[in-house]
Design a binder for this molecule. Structure first.
Ligand SMILES: Cc1cc2nc3c(=O)[nH]c(=O)nc-3n(C[C@H](O)[C@H](O)[C@H](O)COP(=O)(O)O)c2cc1C
Length: 154
């Protein structure tokens, strides 16, 4: 069975909503999913699953979530080759060039860890709307397809 871990960082709930939407889609498709908050999660959990997902908010003009800094540092040190990853987050377009910078930073961290990018990053403005939910469903489906391909190669 394919397994996934969804890690989110949130202050006002938008990124938890995004994580919930992804988790629900994956579960509907038969994936076994864990969903946890970033400060309560050891980055090593990604060693134990097939699909690794992070849903971060961005703060203070491009800053990572403060409570996720240890997780971020540890993530880059892992060997996640063979693992499929995706990053989807909510920020605020008001911050213009800093919009959802944390999504790009986590994407870089996964790349450093050698993980396989299976779908485009998703950057959502504030709370996810109907269009965003469709995009998140597609994102989840892309991750599943990539994990299935990966398993059939093993
Ligand atoms: C003080 C402050 C700074 C912020 N800085 C940024 C930023 O640099 N880039 C961005 O995209 N969003 C920024 N935001 C917006 C949040 O990322 C956005 O509201 C997001 O949806 C919060 O996610 P959450 O509901 O999961 O906490 C900032 C919000 C606050 C209150």
């Amino acid at each position: 069975m394919i397994t996934a871990h969804v890690v989110y960082a949130t202050i006002t709930g938008n990124n938890e909503d995004i994580a919930d939407i992804i988790t629900e889609r994956l579960e509907d498709r038969g994936i076994e999913v864990n969903e946890t908050e970033i400060s309560q999660t050891d980055a090593n959990v990604f060693l134990e699953c097939d699909i690794c997902i992070v849903c971060p908010y961005t703060y203070d003009e491009g800053a990572l979530p403060e409570e996720g800094l240890d997780f971020f540092d540890d993530l880059q040190e892992l060997d996640l080759s063979e693992k499929i990853y995706g990053v989807a987050g909510s920020g605020d377009t008001f911050y213009e060039e800093y919009f959802n910078v944390a999504v790009d930073r986590f994407d870089d961290a996964f790349k450093k860890a050698g993980a396989i990018k299976a779908t485009d990053n998703i950057k959502i403005n504030l709370e996810p709307d109907g269009h965003d939910i469709e995009a998140l469903d597609e994102f989840s489906d892309d991750l599943i397809l990539a994990a299935q391909k990966q398993q059939s190669n093993d």
